[in-house]
Design a protein around this ligand. Sequence first.
Ligand code: NAP
Length: 322
Amino acid sequence: MKVVRVHETGGPDKMVYEDSPAPSRNPDRAIVKIHAIGLNFIDVYFRMGLYKSPLPFIPGMEAAGVVDSVGKNVTSVKCGDRVAYAGSIGAYAEYASIDPTQLVPLPAGIDMKTAAAVMLQGITAHYLTHSTYPLRKGETVLLHAAAGGVGLLLIQLAKKIGVTVIGTVSTEEKSSIAKSAGADHIILYTQADFEQEVQKITAGKGVDAVYDSVGQETFDKSLNCLRPRGMMVLFGQSSGPVPPLNPSVLNAKGSLYITRPGISHYTATREELLWRAGDIFSWISDGSLKARVDRVYSLKEAAEAHRALETRQTAGKVLLQP
Ligand SMILES: NC(=O)c1ccc[n+]([C@@H]2O[C@H](COP(=O)([O-])OP(=O)(O)OC[C@H]3O[C@@H](n4cnc5c(N)ncnc54)[C@H](OP(=O)(O)O)[C@@H]3O)[C@@H](O)[C@H]2O)c1
């Protein structure tokens, strides 16, 4: 089969499109023929070496496809089932061997590209808004990279609950895209001081929660945007990792809370995974949640896809197709 493999960490060119033996059979696993692969910022962290995987490795944490074969102990899925998964590395390939407890069956109306577009980022937006900081009607949040893959989905989930969303984006074009998804206020954080803008919008009260996936460039000012006892949800670092924090800063800035969540802890049981994926797929099916696929590349163009994501050219989801 064809795969994209990283032999040494570094820039996008370190990804090599090459031949590989198909995954070997395992009695406890299912082999999925991949139809669509979701690109996520975590793929960049692994490729760069910020997150560690033994070398060489096949990147990619998310895909949708059809079960091609199952091991003899697997009873939860069968050949021909349409499935999607998030959280198992090795998706930049034609086939992947997956623990069947990670496979979510796809409802009839959900096509492969949509499934690969919402599994990881949709579940992330779900746990961030429903569990990490369970949003309540009438609250106000600040969301960085609002036109990103997670961002556009998170806006829509927050609006469903009745929350005011202040989003930040880098360009006018991304501003219109985030507004179309429902954002109430958009700040161009590359041009304006987002801390001052948030204080203006909230009349000095601050927001109830900040969802910050940009990290290094936004973290300090984001803390200043919170109301007393507000919640800082740091869930990524697209601009670089945040340096160590002195906990007394949280006291000085208003008895703040901070958390650094990850998807695996919010899909720790099969029930939780199916609950979150089920909600996302049912909202896609009833039209109340829309996935924006920004661009689709072939698997062999993975380096180009990474470049587009890393250089902030994309708004919404990027997919690869084997
Ligand atoms: N913890 C979890 O469970 C979890 C799960 C999924 C994703 N994440 C995190 O969520 C974030 C978004 O992921 P995504 O896959 O949906 O990506 P994305 O938001 O589509 O892309 C990243 C965006 O970050 C913004 N950005 C700001 N500064 C940047 C910089 N210096 N370099 C690159 N981008 C910069 C850009 O938006 P602007 O151009 O508008 O600034 C860019 O489009 C990532 O940090 C990712 O690690 C975390």
